[in-house]
Design a binder for this molecule. Structure first.
Ligand SMILES: [Zn+2]
Ligand SMILES: [Zn+2]
Length: 256
């Protein structure tokens, strides 16, 4: 209902408040995310984890987390690092409720996936069903926007891939993940999702930011237990799960 009203009045709102780029220090007119800022999104440095896209690995392969305990998703694709224009745009969508930003963001993610021919598919296989990683309804109410749902819709539109039926739901409310260790996050997320049955469909889970992957792991586990086929994960941004591994601030340094 709220979504339908927003869509109906969006052209009028654009007339009254012409869109401007949401990136700090830019504010270019003509759209919510300008091409110059999109071009500044920093792709994930190589090598990153083949499974969870953890950046800044010392050598190609899997990160320590995935080696110790492989997630139920088969691979992750992220548009770029969680910094600069991408961070500003995600914040505008998630914390300022500016849902129109989901369109250029979902479009950029779709384009990057198409260029990379990701996720891999067997010859003749159809695309996976696109499924938003659900936020807790109370959090959606508080923020006024279901950010992963609008990103998933924009991504599916741009790719021309089908949206999955909404069979994945939040089980119980979970504490805020900010400030928790990887182990604490996983314990916090255990059984946080419930899923109705799937019939071996391949799924593409969509969220805004991937950090430790605890939420995505829990969701993928619920999906696989409920009979889903291969589960993939696509997010706009990738944050490093361990700040210890992260190179210091500064210009784009040569990465290890
Ligand atoms: Zn801009
Ligand atoms: Zn990993």
């Amino acid at each position: 209902m709220f979504d339908a009203l927003q869509r109906l009045f969006a052209p009028l709102l654009d007339l009254v408040f012409p869109p401007r780029c949401v990136v700090r220090g830019c504010r270019a007119a003509g759209g919510w995310l300008c091409q110059a800022c999109l071009n500044k999104i920093r792709p994930l440095p190589e090598p990153h984890c083949l499974r969870c896209a953890e950046p800044w690995l010392v050598r190609p392969g899997l990160c320590a987390n995935c080696l110790a305990d492989a997630p139920d998703f088969s691979g992750a694709f992220c548009l770029g690092l969680y910094e600069g224009p991408l961070l500003d745009a995600v914040h505008a969508l998630k914390y300022r409720g500016l849902r129109a930003v989901a369109k250029p963001l979902g479009g950029a993610l779709a384009q990057a996936m198409l260029w990379s021919d990701w996720p891999p598919r067997a010859a003749g296989a159809g695309p996976p069903l696109v499924l938003a990683l659900p936020s807790h309804p109370r959090r959606v109410l508080r923020r006024g926007v279901d950010h992963s749902a609008v990103i998933a819709r924009s991504l599916a539109d741009r790719l021309g891939w089908p949206l999955a039926p909404e069979r994945l739901h939040r089980g119980r409310a979970t504490a805020d993940q900010v400030g928790l260790s990887i182990q604490e996050r996983r314990a916090n997320m255990a059984d946080a999702f419930v899923s109705a049955a799937w019939e071996r469909q391949d799924l593409l889970l969509v969220d805004d930011v991937l950090t430790t992957g605890a939420t995505a792991r829990a969701a993928a586990q619920a999906l696989r237990r409920a009979g889903a086929g291969t589960v993939w994960l696509a997010t706009l941004a990738r944050a490093a799960s361990s700040l210890r591994d992260r190179p210091g601030p500064g210009p784009r340094q040569s990465l290890p």
